[in-house]
Design a protein around this ligand. Sequence first.
Ligand code: SAH
Length: 216
Amino acid sequence: MLSMGVRRRWSRQVFEELYRDGAPWDIGRPQPVFLELADSGRVRGSVLDVGCGSGENALLFASRGHETLGIDHVPAAIELARHKARQRALAATFEVGDALMLGDLRARFDNVIDSGLLHVLGGAEKRALEAGLRRVLRPGGGYFLLCFCDREPGDHGPERISEARLRGLFASDWEIVELRQVRSQVTAEKSVHFTPGGPRAWFAEIRRPVAGRPSP
Ligand code: SAH
């Protein structure tokens, strides 16, 4: 038997099962912090949602007129996101794809949003995501992140990420414009596993430099 301290690996199969059984993050509306971001006017231009799940955050930005692509490696989640886009008559595009291979996408984006992807990735995977973000974001583009923070107690669900870990991951050639503690939302049924009011989480705005530095 695995001890409580051993985190299960977040394989695609695990996600497929979670979508079948009712995924804790699949709340049927955007995360409040992304709603606040959309209202703030800080997001301009196109939006890529990495690990978009059933698409609520991507659909929010599409509803505000942003050209939006969502990618996820679970086909059932992408089908659901496309269905919602059709029902709401929104022009968002959703594709089955690997968020760790962003450099393979032909398009480049002004913004990337990440609601709950980074905190399910292992160390090498986090670095692969960061490398892909460098390639897929236009100069000056922003990566907007929501992930569990290490002030959330317990070990149910995803990794709790420390501020030092986040800053370390984006230490070179990124600007951390904002990093603050917020609450993430989970379904009512799964909320018993977390701090009342929602898991403590980080919200970060992390930007690429406007112009690349000349090579040494
Ligand atoms: N952003 C969504 C889903 C968050 S859960 C929301 O806020 O509701 C994390 C999502 O990342 C899951 O949908 C999972 O299928 C997806 N995911 C995990 N690893 C991935 C990978 N390598 N490529 C694409 N999607 C991935």
